[in-house]
Design a protein around this ligand. Structure first.
Ligand SMILES: [Zn+2]
Ligand SMILES: [Zn+2]
Length: 265
């Protein structure tokens, strides 16, 4: 089976500074042929690109996380726009709204989300959205901004069934993390993933966070090698053989991020 970790932060020096190469090798040994290394600030976007350019099968995105939107400005957006033209950059994000931790005021988060959607649309790049507790606001904004040409994924989906349907109607994908494998926290998500269409699903680790249950006993830190656990939990829920589902999800991810067959190691 082959897997695509559609969202990870393995460029993070603090989490992977000591064993980044081994982390990538372990992923490849586990069948994780491709990984999307997601930027959260200008610096981290640069690091994501550098890492993706050093390893086949790795791709990068550029963006400013809602937590960091308080320090965003026009020159950061233009620097990211320049970086976004590099070959290994396949998406813009993660950007979005996080009204759970509120590291930045709502209006500031919304302002830089809008600016980033505009930038991505101009570059014809798919978007990676982060949403937490926006109570429908992200969906409302995406509906009103400029839905034409919008493509992307709502990563680490944690919304309501209504929101899920809304995102799908906009042509967006839904990113499923290891939360699916967590006994209590994943209960609601497990009931909702039944309703997803095959072509709307992506899987991800969001590493170093959200380690799936089977690995959680031994590893505090998540890594892309653990993304098969998400797929293995998803397959019986959807009553689809693992192998078949793995191939569907791999294909979805390659299509969204425009990864060509010759780019897959
Ligand atoms: Zn996120
Ligand atoms: Zn993330």
């Amino acid at each position: 089976m082959r897997f695509f970790d559609s969202h990870c932060h393995i460029e993070d020096e603090r989490a992977y500074g000591r064993d980044q190469k081994e982390v990538i090798a372990r992923a490849q040994d586990a069948g994780v042929r491709c990984m999307m290394v997601v930027g959260i600030t200008l610096e981290r976007s640069r690091a994501a690109i550098a890492l993706s350019e050093a390893h086949p099968g790795l791709f990068a995105s550029v963006g400013v996380h809602p937590h960091d939107s308080g320090s965003c400005n026009g020159s950061i957006i233009s620097a990211l726009t320049t970086l976004a033209r590099r070959t290994k950059v396949r998406a813009w994000g993660e950007c979005g709204l996080d009204f759970n931790r509120m590291h930045a005021p709502m209006d500031v988060q919304e302002k830089w989300l809008e600016a980033q959607v505009d930038a991505a649309l101009a570059l014809k790049l798919p978007l990676i959205f982060h949403e937490r507790d926006s109570r429908g606001r992200l969906l409302d904004m995406l509906r009103s901004i400029s839905p034409s040409g919008l493509s992307g994924v709502v990563h680490c989906f944690s919304g309501t069934l209504e929101e899920m349907k809304g995102y799908l109607d906009l042509g967006l994908h839904i990113g499923i993390t290891g939360i699916l494998t967590h006994k209590q926290r994943g209960e609601e998500l497990r009931s909702m993933v039944r309703m997803l269409p095959d072509d709307g699903i992506l899987i991800e680790t969001d590493a170093p966070y959200l380690t799936p249950s089977p690995e959680r006993n031994h590893h505090k830190r998540n890594e892309p090698a653990f993304v098969p656990s998400v797929l293995k939990t998803l397959a019986p829920i959807r009553k689809t053989p693992e192998k078949e589902l793995a191939e569907i999800v791999f294909h979805n991810t390659c299509e969204l991020f425009r990864v060509r067959p010759e780019e897959i190691p």
